[in-house]
Design a protein around this ligand. Structure first.
Ligand code: ADP
Ligand code: MG
Length: 473
């Protein structure tokens, strides 16, 4: 019996104003070769200058992933020749990266699994190639965009663990606001390293590396495909080749690209034009303090406040929704109550209108005042649903809607007692019927009283007072 062993290399483009080592803009540009400079094009004599914002963001992610952040880092040249790399080398880190020995705990099938992170480093992206029949075009807009690379240890054994890790990683990246991490825009790309070993083996098997996978779904398909491919080779008595492969999404297969290049082939050496970057503790601590409470911690908090696990997961999915919920808690809302309104009504509205929570009219403050109106019996729960719907669609505060629609419930005992007696006086025959033992006629009185109040009498108060007044007759 063979089991799979998987390690990941995840590349994430950082959200910064300018590129990693040049002043060119780091932003999407539909026309090729616009965001470029002599540095990105590797003109002779150019000098790279590291981007401080990118450094901050790399440290932020390192800390969020529990890595050790050293007090000095270095950049290295990784030498290889390819058309998308004008300098003939990539500036990356190998000797002293921004993070080492980190971990992220993930929840798989109700068990905590610790994914250990070998290292996290900062590097520059390559240009992008557009292949045509017989020729290729090069777009340098992407060349030099800052990337963090997160390298995990080979600790995963199946696709579910990998996807859970990637989902968690992506949400941490977004909570820390270091990247939008959109797969569609290629901002998050994954290399999957995968090998097979027998349960009794003491050494890892020979791995294939499947490069540059864009979507999590393709990561999953790649792993399932490779497990099958490698198992068939091994069970047939063959040997898996150590090679670099790629996922062909149209055909749902991986194909070999080249034999794996070893680190030594890259002839790494320290970039001589960038001095050692010193990171003092004050700088690191300041970054540490800017890390928000992360999704895993929020999830535990919400569950402990009585929110259902499924809803809690929905709430922490994006920081904006979670922040909205946190604000309702701060304003004194009951967690379960607020969570119900948000996960059903508000998210439902956002979905149909394709809006984010920051784009809707109804603020946490308004939601809390709506909840309070229901709690104090000013309006019924049923009316509350209508009020929220109208607040969202007509962009008015709950108070405005309640007033406009004349929805306030009558809960004043004296007012209701007056109504009760009026109805009883007008229906003497039915009162006699009740006194004669036919108590189910109570429903008739309640109906008449509610009608007389224009539907506004609080039903439970009405019931209580009706019984009191019937007793007296
Ligand atoms: P390289 O730099 O040559 O790609 P590394 O040793 O840095 O090699 O490993 C890169 C990735 O491959 C890491 O994510 C690591 O966990 C994973 N890996 C290493 N050996 C194996 C193996 N035998 N099976 C699966 N994954 C592996
Ligand atoms: Mg590699």
């Amino acid at each position: 019996m063979y089991k799979a062993v998987i390690g990941l290399e995840v590349h994430c483009e950082l959200k910064t104003k300018s590129k990693m080592f040049s002043p060119s803009l780091n932003e999407y540009n539909p026309s090729p070769n616009q965001n470029i400079s002599v540095i990105d094009l590797a003109f002779p004599g150019i000098l790279p200058l590291p981007n401080k914002e990118a450094i901050r963001k790399a440290i932020k992610l390192s800390l969020a992933l529990n890595c050790e952040v050293p007090n000095e880092v270095m950049f290295d040249r990784k030498n290889y020749y390819y058309a998308d790399l004008p300098k003939g080398y990539q500036l990356t880190q190998m000797t002293k990266p921004f993070g080492k020995n980190g971990y992220l705990d993930i929840n798989v099938q109700d068990k905590i699994k610790r994914v250990t992170i070998h290292q996290l480093h900062l590097e520059e992206d390559s240009a992008s190639l557009d292949h045509h029949d017989g020729y290729s075009l090069i777009d340098y807009n992407r060349a030099g965009i800052p990337l963090v690379e997160i390298v995990t240890d080979p600790v995963f054994n199946n696709e579910n663990e990998v996807i859970e890790f990637l989902e968690n990683l992506r949400s941490i990246i977004k909570y820390c606001d270091i990247s939008d991490a959109s797969s569609d825009k290629g901002e998050l790309r994954v290399d999957v390293n995968i090998s097979m070993m027998k349960e009794t083996d003491t050494e890892l098997g020979i791995r294939a590396e499947i490069k540059n996978i864009n979507s999590f779904n393709s990561v999953k398909e790649t792993i399932l495909y490779e497990i099958k491919r490698q198992r068939e080779i091994l069970e047939g008595g063959g040997k898996v080749k150590q090679e670099t492969r790629r996922w062909v999404d149209e055909e749902k297969v991986t194909v070999g690209m080249r034999e794996k290049i070893e680190a030594v082939d890259y002839k790494y050496y320290v970039e001589p034009n960038i001095p050692v970057v010193k990171l003092d503790n004050e700088f690191i601590n300041e970054i540490k303090e800017s890390i928000p409470v992360l999704p895993q911690e929020r999830l535990q908090k919400y569950i402990s406040l009585g929110v259902m696990v499924k809803d809690a997961k929905t709430l922490v999915k994006t920081k904006e929704v979670s922040d909205y919920f946190e604000e309702t808690l701060r304003l004194g809302a009951d967690a379960k109550e607020a969570s119900n309104w948000i996960t059903t009504r508000i998210l439902g509205f956002m979905n149909t209108k394709n809006k984010t929570i920051n784009e809707i009219y109804t603020t946490p403050q308004m939601l809390v005042s709506l909840i309070n109106m229901i709690k104090s019996s000013k309006i019924s729960t049923q009316q509350g649903k209508e009020v929220l719907e109208l607040s969202l669609t007509e962009e008015k505060t709950p108070e405005e809607i309640v007033k406009e629609k004349g929805m306030e419930q009558i809960s004043d005992d004296n007012v209701i007692r007056e109504l009760v007696n009026k109805v009883l006086d007008e229906n003497k025959a039915q009162v006699d019927t009740y006194k004669g033992g036919k108590t189910n006629i109570v429903g008739f009185f309640v109906g008449q009283i509610l009608k007389a109040s224009g539907g506004k009498a609080n039903p439970s108060t009405t019931n209580k007072i009706l019984m009191e007044e019937l007793e007296k007759r």
